[in-house]
Design a protein around this ligand. Sequence first.
Ligand SMILES: Nc1ncnc2c1ncn2[C@@H]1O[C@H](COP(=O)(O)OP(=O)(O)OP(=O)(O)O)[C@@H](O)[C@H]1O
Ligand SMILES: [Mg+2]
Length: 244
Amino acid sequence: MILDEDKNIVVKCRHIKKTYGSGESKVFALRGIDLDVYQGELVMLVGPSGCGKTTFISIISALLEADNEGFCRVLGEDLSTLNSQEKTYFRGHSIGFVFQAFNLLPALTAVENIAIPLLIQGVNRAVAMKRAQTILDLVGLTSRSQAMPGELSGGEQQRVAIARALIHSPKLIICDEPTSSLDHESGQLILELLRSFVKKEGKTLIVVTHDNRIFNFADRMAYMDDGRIVKIETNVRTPDEKLL
Ligand SMILES: Nc1ncnc2c1ncn2[C@@H]1O[C@H](COP(=O)(O)OP(=O)(O)OP(=O)(O)O)[C@@H](O)[C@H]1O
Ligand SMILES: [Mg+2]
């Protein structure tokens, strides 16, 4: 059900809070987050370790439930109204998520890992594998297609995870530290790939990062601290900047 009048709004969060645990061990991970993200935007979320970044993007992608306050609407869906089957469908079709710890399946090859989202959707195996190979080429891993995750370097695993997040052409891509294991050059290439995916295909991207070498790829920067967004800045570009 489309709930927002503004069709270009992809994420609309108000007063999102999240506490973990109870009693003395209670952690106030999010203390009231408001954020709007629009179609075609690349928003980076930055802030110190433990400030709530992973918690926040896990809520946006329906991997985690917020406390019973405020609301989070993503692609027109009020996430609090979805049952677990609907959340699985929503994630499988609309979201591409790159986990901080990659979460590759150890018994599958690189190319098979990338194909998973399409196989889950019921796409024919040969078609899924062909498309997976194409994306694997795009992230520069052509020769590693048959390698198992355990045989890949951290940076290679990260690129497999990014390819897996793009293969089903999701409307919203969410990446948790996508360049943490990449050298400068690979990091720039991955951000160029992600940014062109967003700009050419009208997708939307939220990137959690500590890596100031990639800040210039963002349209907007949202700074978090202690469970809150404390500042949002728009990146101003000069006309000769070559970004899409
Ligand atoms: N499952 C959990 N149970 C209890 N506390 C948790 C849980 N997950 C996260 N926390 C706590 O919530 C707070 C926010 O954690 P979160 O993982 O969102 O931070 P982060 O900004 O992603 O940090 P980092 O940059 O280190 O990845 C931290 O204090 C963390 O210890
Ligand atoms: Mg984190």
